[in-house]
Design a protein around this ligand. Structure first.
Ligand SMILES: Cc1cc2nc3c(=O)[nH]c(=O)nc-3n(C[C@H](O)[C@H](O)[C@H](O)COP(=O)(O)OP(=O)(O)OC[C@H]3O[C@@H](n4cnc5c(N)ncnc54)[C@H](O)[C@@H]3O)c2cc1C
Length: 330
């Protein structure tokens, strides 16, 4: 295995919404930032899958903006053609906030934010080690990234494992807080239908009974050329079925969804989200696990269980690092 080494001011682990907002903020402030992600593309849980000629958003379904700064970011995305209004109110969602869909799919806003960033995709971080006054981030390919500061934005249990691998000891109170963060699981069924579904426009329903949390019609949403639905299971069903045969669980969900989608299923796949949404949000928008050199935890577990919450947390993490830099250079 060839070991390579690269130096940066800041390494951001994760190219989901939190990692991308943190990295952009730091880059705009003049820092040399590297973003590492194990995925083939950016977006994390803002995820899209193609099966034959159908397109499915199978993680986040839409983006909402309640915070003005995030609203400005979504507006930038709209102007760049990365998001479009999907709907404002639907049964069970009558708060008046726009539900934005990505164009061509949910990851478009992430791709828009990733432009200009130094990204290393298909790069799994295995450990974060301390090297005097710097951090060393180790990957599965043997590469080492040395940085003055690190922001970890993977789901918290995964980020904690990176620290454990590097033997990083965190203050016990902070560690307990981080360990208390738990996530709901979610099974996502992506099914291609023989005919259009019976879901009314705009194509999103939340049946409010087990085992289905929501059904999205990707064709009505405007992202799939063919009739294609995404079914998300409830947290209780997902947990109960987690180790069961995915095809069997998927079939149970399709049967339960038949009043809305009929029974003409051409094919389907199931994806399991072990870390779907955090159950409880930490009291801070990001957590400083080490002050100097800075090592920050960010993500939706801190800003809120949504794309917007992740962005807010990413910005908070960048702000902590920039304040630290100002203190050092004063
Ligand atoms: C089924 C489902 C439905 C949802 N619906 C909505 C919705 O409709 N609206 C909404 O606003 N939110 C929704 N959410 C929540 C929303 O998707 C998340 O809150 C948000 O995307 C989280 O962003 P993040 O940056 O914190 O984390 P993530 O998006 O998870 O990003 C973390 C990144 O870290 C990377 N990573 C992990 N481990 C490593 C490693 N070892 N090395 C390198 N990289 C690593 C991952 O590949 C990932 O890209 C939904 C989520 C799910 C799963």
């Amino acid at each position: 295995m060839q070991v390579t080494e690269e130096k940066a001011c800041v390494v951001v682990v994760g190219a989901g919404m939190a990692g991308l907002t943190a990295a952009n903020e730091l880059r705009l402030a003049g820092a040399r930032v590297l973003v590492l992600d194990k995925g083939r593309g950016v977006g994390g849980r803002m995820a899209t899958r193609r099966i034959d000629c159908s397109t499915f958003d199978h993680g986040a379904q839409f983006i909402t903006a309640r915070d003005s700064r995030f609203g400005a970011l979504v507006e930038q995305g709209r102007q760049a053609g990365a998001v479009e209004e999907w709907f404002r109110n639907s049964a069970g969602n009558a708060d008046g906030f726009i539900r934005w869909r990505g164009t061509p799919a949910i990851s478009a806003l992430a791709k828009h934010l990733a432009r200009g960033l130094d990204l290393h995709l298909e790069t799994t971080v295995t450990g974060v080690h301390r090297d005097g006054r710097r951090w060393q981030v180790q990957t599965d390919s043997g590469s080492l990234f040395t940085a003055d500061a690190v922001v970890v934005t993977a789901p918290v249990p995964q980020s904690l494992r990176m620290l454990d691998e590097g033997g990083i000891v965190v203050d016990s109170t902070i560690r307990a807080r981080l360990e208390a963060i738990e996530y709901n699981r979610c099974l996502a069924v992506m099914a291609i239908l023989d005919a259009p579904s019976r879901i009314p426009a705009p194509g999103f329903i939340t049946p409010a009974e087990e085992p289905i949390a929501s059904i999205s019609d990707n064709q009505l949403k405007g992202i799939s050329a063919e009739p294609a639905v995404t079914i998300h299971s409830t947290p209780a069903f997902s947990l109960e079925q987690w180790d069961a045969d995915r095809q069997v669980s998927g079939r149970t969900l399709l049967d339960a969804a038949s009043p809305w989608i009929g029974s003409g299923i051409r094919t389907f796949q199931v994806h399991g989200w072990r870390y779907s949404k955090p159950i409880r949000i930490d009291e801070e928008r990001c957590v400083v696990a080490c002050q100097s050199p800075p090592l920050i935890f960010a993500g939706d577990a801190f800003g809120g269980p949504s794309v917007e919450g992740a962005a807010i947390s990413g910005w908070a993490a960048a702000e902590v690092i920039l304040m630290n830099r100002r203190k050092i250079t004063k």
